[in-house]
Design a protein around this ligand. Structure first.
Ligand code: SF4
Length: 312
């Protein structure tokens, strides 16, 4: 089944509207389900001192993904050196002890991925601007460990911008991921509010470099809508991803405020608007545009890569 079809089954209201605190439109209501398998997976992760962005970023799909046996590993610890307005991953002072890298993390990630029987492994990380290499060596070691442990699996990396350090990007690419993902997150105008320590052109450059450096890897990027951007700005970003980043796959999802400390939602984008972004992206030549309210960059990543033509 086409991944966007899966989302639209549960999100079928045609109405649209401005965000109102505490009230979600019908297409953003998910039934609260709790599965014992979710608790079990959390216990396994904690036992190995592993983290997932699913938990740390309070992803609304967590119950569903964990129940399906899917999770996105978040490496380089559970504390981020940046203060992006949309993100609830814990931030901290890099001088603190908690920032010391766990040397066992690469092998433990590989071991846990194998224990979960994953055929498609997604690895992301916090930003580690405190480290000279941005954590790229540790990132590469993790990709290598997973490829060793699971030689038949597809590996997708969702990387930071490494502050534009292309040697660091190359290091991760040389470890052999099949899919390289770097999220733009939002339109150029909103960077100073949403990603104050990042740079729109720099992120495009990371994607363009990845395409050139490892042409066999699928390139992918994601953005959130509902942060105050206009439709024209989203279309401009999609154009930039195709022209300047030469990106194959785009994911577009609704921003949801993870905690009261994060940026408020400016608008709930309607399913029809998500469809129009998808159609526009496809007209630009993306191999796949996954656009819908609950889409996140790693949501159904295996199906998305398959749709984009990646042969697992
Ligand atoms: S969509 Fe991605 S981040 Fe969210 S729960 Fe699923 S795998 Fe984790």
């Amino acid at each position: 089944m086409h991944p966007s079809t899966l989302v639209q089954i549960e999100n079928s209201s045609p109405a649209g509207g401005r965000a109102a605190r505490g009230r979600l439109p019908a297409w953003l209501r998910k039934p609260a389900v709790h599965h014992e398998s979710v608790m079990e997976l959390k216990r396994e992760l904690r036992a190995l001192n592993l983290h997932t962005v699913c938990e740390s970023a309070r992803c609304p799909n967590m119950q569903e993904c964990f129940h399906r046996g899917q999770a996105t590993f978040m490496i380089l610890g559970n504390l981020c050196t940046r203060g992006c307005g949309f993100c609830s991953v814990p931030k901290g002072n890099p001088l603190k002890r908690e920032f010391v890298l766990d040397p066992l993390e690469p092998d433990n990630t590989a071991r846990q991925a194998a224990a979960m029987g994953l055929r498609y492994v997604v690895i992301t990380s916090v930003n580690r601007d405190d480290l000279e290499d941005g954590g790229s060596r540790h990132f590469a070691k993790t990709v290598e460990a997973v490829r060793r442990e699971l030689p038949g699996a597809t590996v997708e990396v969702l990387t930071p911008d490494f502050e534009g350090n292309l040697d660091a990007v190359a290091r991760v690419l040389d470890a052999g991921p099949h899919v390289f993902n770097h999220n733009m997150e939002t339109v150029a105008r909103l960077y100073s509010r949403v990603r104050p320590q990042a740079n729109y052109r720099q992120s495009l450059e990371v994607l363009r470099f990845a395409r050139q450096h490892r042409p066999s890897a699928l390139t992918k990027s994601g953005l959130m809508v509902g942060l105050g951007e206009s439709g024209a700005e989203v279309r401009e970003l999609l154009r930039d991803l195709r022209e300047e980043g030469a990106t194959d796959v785009a994911t577009i999802g609704q921003y949801l405020q993870p905690t009261r400390r994060n940026l408020p939602v400016a608008k709930y984008v309607t399913p029809a608007e998500f469809d129009s972004y998808r159609d526009f992206g496809l007209s630009l030549g993306f191999r796949m545009v996954f656009s819908g309210p609950f889409v996140r960059s790693s949501y159904m990543a295996d199906l998305v890569a398959h749709e984009a033509g990646h042969a697992a």
